[in-house]
Design a protein around this ligand. Sequence first.
Ligand SMILES: [Zn+2]
Length: 353
Amino acid sequence: MAVELSESFFANVGGWEAVKQAHSLLRRDAVFSSNWAPPLLKGVVQEGGTTYRAGLVIHGTVDVENICTCRQARDWGTICAHSVAVGSRYVLKADANAVSAQFMTIWGTKGEWREAPRLLDVKPNLPADTTVQVIVDRWQDSLRVKLGANYVVGTVLQPIDALDAPQRQQETVLGDLVADAIRLGTGSEIGVINGGAMRLNEIIPPGPLWYYTIESIFQFADETRIVTVSVSGQRVREVLENSVSERNFGSGGFLQVSGIRFTVDRYRTSGARIAGPVTTSIGNTLYPDQLYRLSLPAYLACRGGDGYKIPEAAEACASAASGPRVADLVVAHFGQRLGGRIAPPTGPRIIIR
Ligand SMILES: [Zn+2]
């Protein structure tokens, strides 16, 4: 028979005093985790600086065993407030790449429900939930099978801002590095990547940079493949106008670039914001009729992603599925071309005024 974890159930087995104290623990955000897999209810509660693994084995409405590690449970065997507290209803939602979680505890009874929201930092000192750990281990095993062993690609010399927002509105060190990897890895004159393709959303600290971190930057690593196409200087300019258009400036369609330099006047009308000539890195103007080799993600070149229109790409797009993965180009760039020394490349490339 399934037992409902109601307030009256807890009052029956533990007494109202325990229920009252449990509410007090909930209000103080002392419940760190809670899991109910009948017959086992378990969780982690902190009180007075001590962390308890609390919980109950519930075989029936009166057949209840307290497994809390606190003194009251061990010495007296009675149902303590810790175990009642972990029996309250909760909702957990991952937050910000799972570096934090929204932990919402709900308790009370019909007509009088209360809630206590809490932002939980996911830190190494947070006790692992054994049920979840099994699932995490299974995923990580499958990741290792797919990617092979993790290894250090190089050393980051200065912190790299890999938060999402900057990639979508201004030139960034990460954007420069990735666009360089695309341009140099394909032997093109121009390399670009849309800011929305980079989704690590963290600051990469100085020190060793791991291969898995590079894979993590590209949310759709297998789909983020590069195609190379010959386009006119005029087309390059149109592509850049789309990058800083009303639609894309500040959004995922904003481009990080390599091999070119230009100025953006953000107060001009959308579609006419590139001020002055687009030049190469060394200052030579791109001619409207001359052809340039441009390398960019297939999403932009082949699928019209973020409103990009590049009809010249049709042929290259036929074999887009076998184009190089951006993650592989970045690994090769950092490891081989830069010799493992990952530092800000030369700029500026996109001057915004
Ligand atoms: Zn206890």
